[in-house]
Design a protein around this ligand. Sequence first.
Ligand SMILES: [Zn+2]
Length: 326
Amino acid sequence: MFRKNTLKYLYEDLDELIRQYGSNRIDRFSFLSEIERLKQANEVILEGNEDFAELVENALLEKEYETLEQMAKTAIAKALSPTPSLKVLILSGAGISAESGVRTFRDSDGLWEEFDVMEVCSVEGFNRNPQLVADFYDARRHDLESKYPNRAHEMVARLKRTYPSQIDVLTQNVDDLFERAGCPDVIHLHGTLRDLRCETCQSVFEIGYKSQIGAICPVCHSSQIRHNVVMFGEEAPMYRQLQQSLDECDLFVVIGTSGQVLNVAWYAQWFEESLLNNLDPDENLDPYFKIVYHEKASEAADKIEAYIEKFLNGSPLIKDPETATL
Ligand SMILES: [Zn+2]
């Protein structure tokens, strides 16, 4: 959203400049220095959008005013064209899988009651006692085998299959319930339970629901194997993907996350359209979203799906007065 809005503003600035110069309201020096400023902004903020750069170069060459104006108009129309380029980011957390019986960390009977989180989910704990961490993830993997996707996973999967290039599915969950619901291209921000990682060559390989005891890297045959879940104190490489999706998407949908790991309230502020579905109200989170559903993800699934489809098909979005908080 950020990138798209910025591009829109730059185009509008450029269009205005061309019109002012064309009608002799600004002199040549001001025109060229302002164009130079927009050129810099394109390089710094947009990392060099090629269409915009081309238009700026033409303006610097002081092509015919009418030609420039026409080019600017075409570019603005393209940048603002609604339907084909609309994108939706669906970001989910533990809440969406809790209904399927996958135990969460933060709920009242959550795993953190039973395990010391810093012992099983941090780099320090892992260095102290890797066996305890391996046992912990073996148990999680074993538990996962008997769990099934629910209607919310299925809804997201259906949308992703229907609009593959217009929907980004990102999750903080390490389970495979989206995949089992038939969802392609799921981005797991915090890793995946069904995979292991070789510490020697960094290959990631699937182990299914089995224990990691005795696992050997299929690539380099090392026995230095670990879980493929990001721990506290480690970099999460997929956060780059999150940033890209936040930049590109127009509607931000958040399902089942308290926002304690990722600051979804902060992200939501960049979006004109946003939807949050959590079981419990949260005064630090809810006000930042345009639409808020306080119910189980499987119960909200139909409404969320309808909202996203309406958005992608360019229909006017009607705020639900019963559930919207703003
Ligand atoms: Zn290896």
